[in-house]
Design a protein around this ligand. Structure first.
Ligand SMILES: NC(=O)c1ccc[n+]([C@@H]2O[C@H](COP(=O)([O-])OP(=O)(O)OC[C@H]3O[C@@H](n4cnc5c(N)ncnc54)[C@H](O)[C@@H]3O)[C@@H](O)[C@H]2O)c1
Length: 277
């Protein structure tokens, strides 16, 4: 029997990128999986998922034989998130693993930051994480079991140029996770953050980000930015592959992680060793 057989896992931001990979891995391990994605581009942000992406993930879940559903919804909306959680509960009776993965990025110096760049990033990355998790907390409290995993980032616990909105939102995720972990620990519900460094998804690989990393070039390519990305961590890895992050998720969601709560799991080639917090 697979490790998550009979378990119910929900993943936000499941249309593509890390959310898709987490959903597929949980399905391959036997879970029933629900995914949600806003499927709409926020103008200020790096390329986001589409409804076609969402349906592709759903088809990939079905190919793996998983019981699943996919819905369009915004993690910032409590009614969308209640609908997401209620759908799982009505179909399958419980929610065992909740992955608050959805997020966006819009990088730039504070002096040039528009209201949208602030609102979109803090809205999706912090309010969206909190709103989606708040929808599942009553279910897990009643069950007296559950695993909540939110995606933060290596850039949460440090400052950096062009990063104020993103770092503030991701630091906020760690504060939220730690506080909720203490509230839910007596019930056996764990709450943790994943803190990956750059991951090989559209959020990392896009023209705007490449230009920030190589302002000396008019039209930098992946090869042009590789060394600059790699210089951020002592292992000199430019970016993680999806499976590197999903391995961390798997640990936090699995039986092995049952006594891990309030943690922020760095998957970062040692980038985290530079942090003082
Ligand atoms: N890629 C990186 O370098 C990197 C590094 C560290 C952390 N992260 C974080 O990992 C998570 C996943 O990002 P990714 O790399 O897979 O990027 P991605 O852009 O490929 O996927 C993110 C998905 O989240 C969805 N989304 C965004 N806001 C939403 C909202 N309000 N409601 C519902 N869905 C929403 C998007 O449409 C998209 O499909 C994010 O929280 C991101 O901040 C990314």
């Amino acid at each position: 029997m697979s490790e998550f057989s009979g378990k119910v896992a929900l993943v936000t931001g499941g249309a593509k990128g890390q959310g898709r990979n987490h959903a597929l891995a949980l399905a391959e391990a036997g879970a029933r999986v629900g995914i949600v994605d806003v499927c709409r581009q926020f103008d200020s942000c790096a390329p986001m998922g589409t409804e076609e992406d969402l349906r592709t993930t759903e088809a990939m879940l079905k190919e793996r034989g998983a019981e699943c559903f996919a819905m369009v919804g915004d993690t910032r909306s409590s009614s969308d998130m209640r609908r997401f959680v209620d759908t799982a509960r009505e179909r399958w009776g419980s929610v065992d693993v909740f992955v608050a993965n959805a997020g966006v990025a819009a990088f730039g110096p504070v002096a040039e930051m528009t209201d949208d760049m602030w609102d979109d990033v803090v809205g999706a990355n912090l309010t969206g994480v909190a709103t989606s998790i708040r929808a599942v907390v009553p279910v897990m409290k009643e069950q007296r079991s559950g695993r909540i995993i939110a995606t933060s980032s290596s850039v949460a616990r440090e400052g950096g140029p062009n990063n104020a909105n993103y770092a503030a939102s991701k630091w906020g995720v760690i504060g939220f996770v730690k506080s909720l972990a203490i509230e839910l620990a007596p019930l056996g519900v764990t709450v943790n953050a994943l803190a990956p460094m750059s991951v090989s998804t559209d959020m990392c690989h896009n023209d705007k980000t490449y230009r920030l990393f190589r302002p000396d070039l008019a039209d930098p390519t992946e090869d042009d930015v590789r060394d600059t990305f790699a210089s951020l961590n002592p292992m000199r890895v430019p970016w993680l592959e999806l499976e590197d992050v999903t391995a961390g998720l798997h640990y936090l969601a699995s039986e092995s992680g049952r006594y891990v709560t309030g943690a922020s799991l760095d998957i970062a080639g040692g980038w985290n060793a530079y942090h003082s917090a």
